[in-house]
Design a binder for this molecule. Structure first.
Ligand SMILES: [Zn+2]
Length: 400
């Protein structure tokens, strides 16, 4: 692919009718039906994986009293990024992170040592201040959702849980064909808590990285204010480097939010919190993969996976029957019955980046077949309808 043909995600989003931006809401995205399919497909993918790993999904308020962030420590360390407003004379904020709110749910009842780890996931809407000058399509927004999760663990569970997270992250990226690279980000100058706790946390993360047998580099002083973290980067098709996932260890917020669990001996102990996001901001992630794939998404993510094209209106009925069979197999399929020539219809499907084009005429109608061509131009010839449907189902299941 030559440099000059590469398109920006905003242009691809407009051409493929995925999403748009409007001056009514700078830094926020209007998701069109097709873009929202991609969004929901990614959310459901993470949801399914998380459920299998024992995560419990929660949802917490977007607008809360600023006092919560003052108590959690975010106000002091992150305050310049928070949107504030007055309601009935009181200070409120739009939540910039889900962490403090997830601690409210953790703290809503007494937790015992054998309840831990408790893993709470949330797709909460977040707002962070970005200057209007630096807003850049989906890559830098004011409103976004992170595939967020907070794990509340005992100190003796840290390494095992971090290890599981590293494996999960590697697997998720593999299904998108990305090879992750790892960084350990250490104590920043502006940090909460004492140095001994920080050293312990850094060493816990380092051990987990070694156990997962991944190579990593150090990002000195690049940790969060509440703890060190593992940043996970990928390279896209244009060889650009992106930081997506993070795994953060946190001894501070449990302290500031006074979280406890009852230990074996009946004494109250403080849990450790692990912050986790695999894709990071979904808005930014979709912006990145839109450019990475240049709109030609893999089948499982494509808003329209198959288009059926009759060679003339004589075959409209057969085309519609084929499409309804495909749709009843949970495959996203459309029929093009517009009064256009066949080459024009194929060109249109190609511009829409639809992975599979099924052409149907007399020969296909006689034999219950479709003539299949891929977006890449590859011609697969005539295939039995059932066989074709099975092929697509396999591709979706295997995320190829
Ligand atoms: Zn968090």
């Amino acid at each position: 692919m030559s440099e000059k043909h590469l398109k920006d995600h905003r242009e691809i989003g407009r051409k493929l009718d995925l999403f748009s931006f409007h001056e009514y809401a700078p830094g926020a995205i209007f998701w069109h039906p097709k873009g929202w399919i991609i969004y929901q497909t990614l959310v459901n993918f993470i949801r399914k994986r998380s459920k299998a790993e024992g995560y419990l999904e929660i949802s917490t308020p977007v607008m809360v009293k600023s006092l919560l962030y003052k108590n959690s420590g975010h106000w002091q360390h992150f305050g310049e990024n928070i949107f504030n407003l007055k309601v009935d004379g009181e200070d409120y904020s739009l939540k910039p992170m889900n962490c403090p709110e997830s601690t409210i749910i953790y703290g809503s009842k007494i937790r015992s040592y054998n309840d831990l780890p408790i893993k709470l996931s949330e797709f909460g809407i977040l707002h962070r201040k970005e200057l209007s000058g630096v807003l850049g399509g989906a890559l830098r927004v004011r409103q976004f959702v992170i595939d967020d999760a907070h794990l509340f663990v005992r100190p003796d569970q840290i390494q095992q849980e971090i290890h599981k997270l590293l494996i999960l992250t590697i697997e998720v990226y593999k299904s998108l064909n990305f090879k992750p690279r790892f960084y350990l980000a250490t104590r920043p100058d502006k940090a909460m808590g004492d140095e001994i706790t920080w050293k312990q946390a850094e060493s816990d993360l380092e051990k987990a990285l070694k156990k997962a047998k991944v190579k990593y580099d150090i990002k000195p002083k690049d940790g969060a204010f509440y703890g060190p973290k593992i940043d996970i980067h990928i390279k896209d098709s244009q060889d650009r480097d992106w930081q997506l996932a993070t795994i953060q260890l946190d001894f501070q917020i449990p302290k500031s939010m006074r979280l406890t669990y009852v230990d074996k001996d009946g004494s109250k102990k403080e849990p450790v919190m692990i912050h986790q996001g695999i894709f990071g901001s979904l808005e930014r992630f979709i912006g990145i993969i839109t450019e990475h794939f240049q709109g030609a998404f893999p089948v499982w993510l494509s808003p329209i996976q198959v288009i059926v094209v009759p060679i003339s209106d004589k075959f409209t009925d057969y085309a519609q029957k084929v499409a309804s069979d495909i749709i009843s197999n949970s495959i996203r399929c459309e029929v093009n019955i517009r009064n256009n020539t066949l080459p024009a219809k194929i060109r249109d499907a190609t511009l829409q980046k639809i992975p599979y084009i099924c052409v149907v005429g007399q020969k296909e109608a006689n034999s219950n077949k479709v003539s299949v061509r891929k977006l890449t131009g590859e011609n697969l010839g005539g295939i039995q309808n059932k066989k074709f449907i099975q092929r697509i189902k396999n591709e979706i299941a295997n995320k190829t």
